[in-house]
Design a protein around this ligand. Structure first.
Ligand SMILES: Nc1ncnc2c1ncn2[C@@H]1O[C@H](COP(=O)(O)OP(=O)(O)OP(=O)(O)O)[C@@H](O)[C@H]1O
Ligand code: SF4
Ligand SMILES: [Mg+2]
Length: 335
């Protein structure tokens, strides 16, 4: 059995704004196993980024973690002091963003930025840190690393900048990497190169990864398991295979039907009707009920808990058992 490296239990992170309390993450539970890539998916505003920022305890104000446990290697990160967290950030858990400029300072050379982060966490002198920085740039595929290390971020293209950001994130060999839509801003060919690089580095550095993405194609290619979020809660978790073939939560099913299907002309692209709910005053009971075609009156009253559908497959739907049978018939008819 693979060991669990990260276990989030009932995490609640709220933003206390002038308009009211935004329940951005409201009872999220998920797990990352050692060595795996977990795909974290869901519509915009579903709480994916806030969940990852919560793990690193860098939620911006007015956000606040108000409840839950975040067990990383069997220790609760929510009980750590800020000083202890500083040692964990970057060194054990790293984060790369959609926009590499977020991780890179425009006014310092790549060399000084890499040396700084390496020396923050490792007892290396400047020469040794520089050598390590050059090796890292080489590993992430920057040609002429020895020369290019003197450059500033603006002298790199978007794809190259993301490679540098990856080098920075990996400089202390973290055991867990959060990659928040790392390729969204890049051309398709560059996207593929960066994803290949991340896959290679993950095995080279023996890391676990949480890959946040809107792109189910990337999930299919990169992830071992998937957690689907909706309006600040988890609606389904399973292996990649099960998410594509046996999703049981109506939101996941709708999400899958919203993916263009190559080669299946008869299956039309379906858009999930309705809007993402307002998280200041979210729908009662199951937050998906205003958009769910299977909703019954109970769904407005009761909050669904994650239940086991099968080993490794959890779903938070009050009617999953009936829906599973209906879907099975639909799939048999469509086959
Ligand atoms: N600083 C903030 N103040 C108030 N609300 C915030 C703040 N940051 C995030 N939120 C709210 O938290 C919720 C979750 O946001 P989050 O950024 O985690 O979504 P996401 O799933 O990452 O979306 P996307 O796919 O667009 O990146 C949203 O409703 C958002 O409006
Ligand atoms: S609990 Fe009800 S509203 Fe929510 S997904 Fe299941 S059937 Fe739909
Ligand atoms: Mg986000």
């Amino acid at each position: 059995m693979p060991r669990t490296i990260l276990k989030i239990e009932n995490l609640k992170t709220y933003f206390n704004t002038w308009a009211g309390v935004v329940q951005a993450v409201d009872g999220v539970s998920l797990e990352v196993k050692k060595g795996e890539t977990l795909g974290l998916v869901g519509e915009s505003g579903s709480g994916k980024t806030v969940t990852s920022l919560s793990v690193l305890r860098i939620v911006p104000r007015p956000g606040k973690i108000i409840d839950g446990r975040i067990m990383f290697k069997d220790e609760d990160l929510l009980r750590k002091t800020e000083k202890e967290m500083q040692k964990i950030r970057g060194a054990q858990i790293a984060l790369i963003f959609q926009d590499p400029s977020t991780s890179l300072n425009p006014i310092f050379s790549i060399e000084s930025q890499l040396i700084e982060v390496i020396q923050q966490h490792q007892k290396l002198n400047k020469e040794e840190a520089k050598e390590k920085a050059e090796i890292l740039l080489d590993i992430v595929g920057i040609p002429d690393a020895k020369l290019r290390i003197k450059d500033f971020p603006h002298q790199f293209s978007g794809g190259m900048k993301q490679r540098v950001a990856i080098a920075r994130a990996l400089s202390c060999e973290p055991s867990l990497l959060f990659a928040d839509e790392p390729t969204t801003n890049l051309d398709v060919t560059i996207q593929a190169q960066i994803l290949d690089l991340m896959r290679d580095l993950k095995s080279k550095f023996d890391m676990s990864m949480v890959l946040i993405t809107h792109n189910m194609g990337i999930v299919a290619e990169m992830a071992d398991r998937v957690t689907v979020m909706y309006a600040g809660r988890v609606c389904e978790t399973s292996s990649v295979n099960d998410i594509f073939l046996h999703a049981t939560h109506p939101y996941t099913v709708a999400l899958m039907r919203a993916i263009p299907q190559i080669g299946t002309e008869k299956q039309k692209l379906q858009v999930i009707p309705g809007n993402i709910p307002n998280l200041i005053n979210p729908p009662s009971g199951c937050r998906f009920h205003p958009r769910c075609k299977y909703a019954k009156s109970i769904c407005k009253m009761k909050v669904p808990e994650l239940e086991k559908v099968e080993k490794g497959h959890l779903t938070a739907c009050l009617r999953w058992d009936e829906i599973k049978k209906t879907l099975l018939k639909e799939r048999e008819r469509a086959a």
